[in-house]
Design a binder for this molecule. Structure first.
Ligand SMILES: [Zn+2]
Length: 240
């Protein structure tokens, strides 16, 4: 099979042997890819200049997995953007690590999501710039949920379909898929309280930390596990 190529972001790097790594990528056209990079550790500078690093974007060439092989083989990596600016502060770096952790946990291998790839590249570019980082985090969470088909309904009570009025207290159920009004919430076991200040606002414009926590709750429920970087990100967002 001929080599294929894609525009991709590095989601993760795992040591595989003395001389090779397993590279997890998210490609614009191929979705999530796991590739073995032979010789990547010993001869990084010769073969994959300037070396693969987490959260960078580049052009990947690879041989797809064949037969019983679980992994394809990375044959070339040309870095296009290292997003160096996001490594200068812990909030920006942690937000980037959280984003790639979400993509790795909530997309399947070889299941393309071009709109999610665009959202990830947009997020990383924003985190690397001087623009405020915090509002970009819940914005990306909601874009990811939309891309994978789990966007919550935040306009009305998902049980009785009455609008939940701006500024009124409400509940959120991940299993029910959105907001619950006070009349309907007692019938649901899995739920969390939504601050009244959040109701009627959007992830991109409302309280970033409160939106982050609500959407992380939904993402955690959807993935069936907690994310390693979530607690640190919540703590960083809470800093004045
Ligand atoms: Zn209701």
């Amino acid at each position: 099979m001929p080599a294929q190529n894609d525009d991709a972001v590095v989601l993760g790097l795992t040591e595989f042997s003395e001389t090779s790594q397993i590279v997890s990528l998210f490609g614009a056209r191929h979705g999530r890819l796991r590739l073995i990079a032979k010789g990547a550790r010993r001869s990084t500078r010769q073969r994959f200049a300037p070396g693969l690093d987490l959260l960078e974007r580049g052009e990947v060439s690879f041989l797809p997995a064949r037969g019983d092989a679980q992994l394809g083989t990375l044959t070339e990596w040309v870095q296009h953007d290292a997003f160096a600016g996001l490594r200068r502060d812990l909030l920006r770096l942690t937000a980037g690590l959280y984003a790639v952790e979400l993509v790795a946990a909530l997309t399947e291998e070889a299941d393309p999501h071009p709109e999610l790839f665009a959202a990830l590249v947009h997020l990383l570019g924003h985190l690397a710039s001087d623009a405020p980082a915090a509002p970009q985090i819940p914005r990306f969470q909601s874009e990811l949920l939309r891309a994978i088909g789990y966007a919550p309904n935040l306009d009305e009570c998902v049980a009785c379909h009455r609008p939940v009025r701006r500024g009124s207290p409400a509940y959120f159920s991940a299993a029910a898929g959105g907001l619950l009004c006070r009349d309907c919430e007692p019938a649901h076991v899995e739920k969390r309280r939504v601050p009244a200040t959040l109701v009627g606002t959007t992830p991109a414009t409302g309280d970033s930390r409160a939106w982050f926590e609500l959407l992380d709750y939904h993402l955690t429920h959807t993935a069936g596990r907690r994310f390693q970087t979530a607690a640190q990100l919540a703590a960083l967002l809470a800093r004045p």
